[in-house]
Design a protein. Structure first.
Lengths: 111, 428
């Protein structure tokens, strides 16, 4: 009983939610996910919808229909061209961190 | 509490698990990575070294943009679709797209004389189509609907927006016809006669305006349109041997005193016929105005360019863009500004016209940074040898094309040495 009670306190919710993502593999996974999502909307031809930035509707659509698709494309584009390399690089840096700066076991297993 | 502070708290045969570092380590690595990616992103999006108007010939991006525009004008179905798309948002854009394409084709024709005859055919097609529409529906065909909501103070109705740009188109056509050696003398004479009629009427309208300002919309005058009108008159002077310099000088003197915005010293964008300000300084007006005013007063134009750059240009890590309004005079987005991108306050139209001004004034570093932003955020679409930008539209593409070709024709209008390609300068 005593040993059970003295187990390390579990980390908070924030840690439980984000710890898996903050591993090297987790960061790279998010980066790849962003790239895949961007690839999907690009393959769907949503690049044309970014004309909403110049208040120009895509052929056959109203500006109100163009804007949400263009916004999604815009966000995923920047996610892929800036976010993906950042996440992959961050994953690499973290890997190096773990390798060269051994940390005490934090209680969060790699997922 | 950490597990290894409690020896014996784990079963003796447990496999030591791999552990992640603390999330703050991930945050630190991510911050470092973001800074690294942002700081080096320019290398992925910067244009080729020769993609600028100060190199002889026509640069690769301009060739590709012109290829797309010429394809559109050669195909009636595509042209109608493009025009409909533009007019659905703003009839002005259809008209301005024509003007900038004509100006760019004029520049290309003078840069590469082998293209002059083909470009002249397209320019003539655009001019005829424009005049046909204007003859059928009057200037309202190229104006937003509110032009019909109130009476013009000056009768009969004329819009300086329409008159100025049509005169400029006619001037470019006449100049290009001289460059295209196969143009027969009768055609050339007809082009010049048409230019003479228009430029005379334009000059008369400006000279007779009670306070020097001419309406584009009912009791609404635009700095942009006056600058276009005087550039058109200077081109007409070159082609016809007329001289409107005094008219331009008087107008500019009045404009610089009446239209000065007190906080920034920049010029108001729109105003009533008596010069009462309606809208303050805007990027979508000032950049192009600075460029066009070089035709009538180069030192003043350069000063306006530098002031506009000081208040509206934003530069970061090899990228640049334009705000629509100075920080001190921020207002809401409108049809002229386009969607202002939050956080960075980037105005698509302001940034587009900043390209023209940077190219015209030979501001190489700023132009390059603006082009880098275009590479990142304008979403190029290549189709064979043709190029257009998804985030832009017909007028935006034509403006960029003009920015990348401005040179010999513009130098002629400014009465500089026509053989001189704009040189880069170090504007800080």
């Amino acid at each position: 009983m005593i040993r059970f009670a003295s187990r390390p306190r579990p980390r908070g919710r924030w840690h439980r939610v984000f710890a898996p993502s903050s591993s090297p593999a987790g960061l790279a996974g998010w980066g790849i996910l962003m790239a895949v999502a961007y690839g999907v909307v690009h393959a769907l031809g949503w690049r044309e919808h970014t004309g909403f930035l110049s208040l120009t509707a895509s052929p056959g659509l109203s500006l109100g229909e163009t804007t949400p698709r263009g916004t999604v494309y815009l966000l995923l584009h920047f996610g892929a061209v800036l976010g993906t390399p950042s996440l992959l690089l961050a994953g690499l840096l973290l890997r190096i961190w773990v390798h060269f700066i051994p940390t005490k076991r934090s209680g969060s297993p790699v997922t | 509490m950490k597990p290894d502070e409690f020896p014996g708290s784990e079963p003796p045969n447990a496999i030591p698990p791999a552990y992640t570092p603390h999330p703050w380590a991930a945050v630190a690595c991510l911050a470092l990575a973001v800074i690294g990616v942002l700081a080096t992103a320019r290398f992925r999006y910067s244009p080729p070294a020769n993609d600028a108007p100060w190199f002889p010939g026509v640069c690769p991006t301009a060739k590709a943009l012109a290829g797309h525009q010429l394809r559109v004008w050669a195909d009636p179905a595509r042209r109608d679709a493009g025009v409909t798309q533009l007019r659905q948002s703003n009839p002005e854009w259809d008209f301005m797209g024509r003007t900038f394409l004509v100006m760019a084709l004029g520049e290309i024709g003078l840069r590469d004389p082998a293209t002059a005859a083909e470009n002249l055919r397209t320019v003539d097609q655009i001019v005829r189509s424009t005049l046909r529409l204007e003859a059928r529906d009057g200037p309202f065909v190229f104006l937003m609907s509110y032009a019909r909501h109130g009476p013009y103070l000056t009768q009969p109705v004329h819009s300086l927006f329409v008159d100025g740009e049509i005169t400029l188109m006619l001037g470019v056509r006449a100049r290009l016809a001289r460059a295209a050696t196969a143009t027969d003398p009768d055609t050339l004479r007809a082009y010049r006669d048409e230019l003479a009629v228009r430029s005379t009427a334009l000059a008369r309208g400006l000279a007779e305006a009670p306070d020097g300002f001419v309406e584009s919309y009912p009791n609404e005058c635009w700095l942009f349109d006056h600058a276009f009108a005087f550039a058109a008159l200077r081109l007409a002077d070159r082609e016809l041997g007329t001289d409107h310099r005094e008219l331009a000088r008087v107008w500019l003197e009045r404009a610089r005193t009446t239209l000065r915005e007190p906080t920034t010293g920049l010029l108001h964008s729109s105003f009533t016929r008596t010069g009462r300000a309606l809208e303050g300084p805007e990027g979508s007006t000032l950049w192009l105005t600075a460029h066009l005013l070089e035709a009538i007063d180069p030192p003043f134009a350069r000063g306006l360019y530098q002031d506009t750059r000081e208040y509206l240009a934003r530069r970061l890590w090899g990228f640049a863009w334009s705000r629509e309004w100075p920080v001190q005079l921020r207002t809401g987005a409108d049809i002229d500004s386009g969607v202002v991108v939050p956080l960075v306050d980037a105005s698509p139209s302001g940034s587009g016209f900043a390209l023209v001004a940077a190219a015209g004034f030979g501001d190489a570093p700023f132009l390059r940074e603006l082009q880098t932003s275009v590479g990142l955020a304008a979403f190029p679409i290549r189709d064979g040898g043709a190029l257009h930008f998804a985030a832009s539209n017909g007028v935006g593409d034509a403006v960029l094309l003009y920015a990348l070709t401005v040179g010999p024709l513009w130098r002629e209008i400014c009465e500089s040495d026509p053989n001189r390609i704009p040189q880069t300068t170090d504007i800080r």
